[in-house]
Design a protein around this ligand. Structure first.
Ligand code: ADP
Ligand code: MG
Length: 240
């Protein structure tokens, strides 16, 4: 679904991503872990072209994306993204928030978008909140609306950038449960997270990044219990 080769990205003099290689197969759940500033968000943003690489290859569903000639909006429709902060439209109801992009970006009829949105809201456990405005929701509920909103575009891949980091601790579980359900349904997911329990339980692969490089990749059992690299071990010792 995703293949990245020798991806490099700098912001001015700051070399943020260094020769990143990564591949994600269909239905894989990949958790990206690493210290703040290691380049996790930048990598995720390069995967849906919110940031443009300096060089290297990004292949999405077999198609090598040339950022100068491809219609990036088309590709972004295949790759949904959920952020730490939810960015819901405050003056629209929950249902309208979920319907917005399918209607205005994809041009789907309002009737169809409404039907899909209702189903998605049920799926994330918010079927009873359709007509509520975001200000009336808890952080966990808002984040679940954001997930429904991303799913409304029917993406093939979902990217999550620390989706629970801004939440009160008691609200983290409901969002992780929604993500886990999505993973079990076979969604291909790349998740930046500090929730090591989630990574251990749900990830097929854990990727440890340090200073713009991928230091180690492994199944959670291996990476958490017998990391090969000293850096990985030090990082895990500091967070677990
Ligand atoms: P992480 O998500 O792992 O915390 P980021 O990808 O956000 O790391 O950031 C990696 C480095 O790139 C940091 O030093 C950050 O300050 C820098 N950075 C990120 N985005 C920008 C930007 N738009 N302009 C300049 N520097 C940036
Ligand atoms: Mg980040």
């Amino acid at each position: 679904m995703i293949k990245v080769e020798k991806l490099n990205k700098s912001f001015g003099d700051l070399h943020v991503l260094k020769d990143i290689d990564i591949s994600v197969r269909e239905s894989d759940v990949v958790c990206l872990i690493g210290a703040s500033g290691s380049g996790k968000s930048t990598l995720l943003r390069c995967l849906n072209f919110l940031e443009l690489k300096d060089n290297g290859k990004v292949v999405i569903e077999g198609d090598e994306v040339n950022q100068d000639t491809h219609d990036l909006n088309k590709i972004r429709q295949k790759v949904g993204m959920v952020f730490q902060h939810f960015y819901l439209f405050p003056h629209k109801t929950v249902l309208e928030n979920v319907m917005e992009a399918p209607v205005y970006v994809k041009g789907i009829s309002k009737a169809e978008a409404r039907k899909d949105a209702k189903e998605l809201l049920k799926k994330v456990g918010l079927g009873d909140k359709e007509n509520v405005y975001p200000s009336k929701l808890s952080g966990g509920q808002k984040q679940r609306v954001a997930i429904a909103r991303a799913l409304a575009m029917k993406p093939d891949i979902m990217l999550f950038d620390e989706p629970t980091s801004a939440l009160d601790p008691e609200l983290v579980g409901e969002v992780l449960a929604t993500m886990k359900e999505l993973a079990l349904e076979g969604m291909t997911m790349v998740v930046v997270t500090h929730e090591m329990g989630f990574a251990r339980e749900v990830a097929d692969w854990v990727v440890y990044m340090h200073d713009g490089r991928i230091v180690e990749v492994g199944p959670p059992q291996e990476l958490f219990h017998s990391p090969k690299e000293q850096r990985t071990k030090e990082f895990l010792d500091s967070v677990l």
